[in-house]
Design a protein around this ligand. Structure first.
Ligand SMILES: [Mg+2]
Length: 212
């Protein structure tokens, strides 16, 4: 039976933070970059006059329809994973309109993930799978999934990990390396070039894996 992977959307599949900062920088004449946000509380790093407005910026219609892009290799990697695992996207929606925007965004960029497999939840500990991939350490600490992957973000670089079930993962390329170690069929698919499909649909990522 296929195992289940829960995957976060914001800053795991998509480039939310850099786009959110772009909106903030433009409006408040600042120059913050993702690498400046070194802990989860983004309002600690912005101008005081922007604090009350920062989360309101997430209502900007263009954010999901035009700005946020899939993270490097995330489309190809989830396409590979979806052949061997049940994939669910578990995402918090700060505002009601984010629900519609996120569904449309996933349909557009991740057609291999059914919209039936999108779960909106702020308390992700209520959703249980075998694996969870998320950039927010607290979501992993409270998760009941067996294995937890902390997806790299500047805000989690200095977070101390004391839980043995949590593994740091730098990018989507390394997600595939990780699951190649977990799943023999996936390993064969990626490394032994057992199908033509591996080289047509996921050509770029596979090329990268073999160039190491
Ligand atoms: Mg996230």
């Amino acid at each position: 039976m296929k195992k289940t992977i829960l995957i976060d959307l914001d800053d795991t599949l998509g480039t939310l933070l850099e786009c959110w900062l772009e909106l903030y920088n433009k409006k408040y004449d600042d120059n913050l970059q993702p690498q400046n946000i070194l802990s989860w509380g983004i309002t600690d790093f912005i101008k005081p006059e922007a604090v009350d407005d920062m989360y309101e910026l997430l209502k900007t219609p263009e954010l999901f329809s035009e700005m946020i892009q899939p993270k490097e290799d995330s489309v190809e990697a989830t396409d590979i994973l979806s052949k061997f695992y049940n994939i669910y996207i578990v995402t918090a929606c700060v505002y009601p309109q984010n629900i519609v925007e996120k569904f449309k965004w996933i349909e557009r960029f991740f057609p291999h993930i059914s919209t039936d497999n999108i779960i909106t939840a702020k308390n992700k500990s209520l959703i249980v799978g075998d694996y969870i991939i998320d950039d927010y350490l607290e979501n992993l600490v409270t998760s009941k999934c067996d294995k937890k992957l902390l997806f790299f973000a500047p805000h989690n670089v200095f977070a101390e990990i004391t839980n043995e079930s949590i593994t740091r993962i730098n990018n989507w390329e390394y997600v595939i390396w990780y699951f190649a170690g977990e799943n023999e069929e996936l390993r064969e698919y990626v490394f032994e070039k057992t199908t033509e499909d591996a080289f047509s649909k996921q050509k770029n990522l596979i090329k990268k894996l073999f160039s190491k």
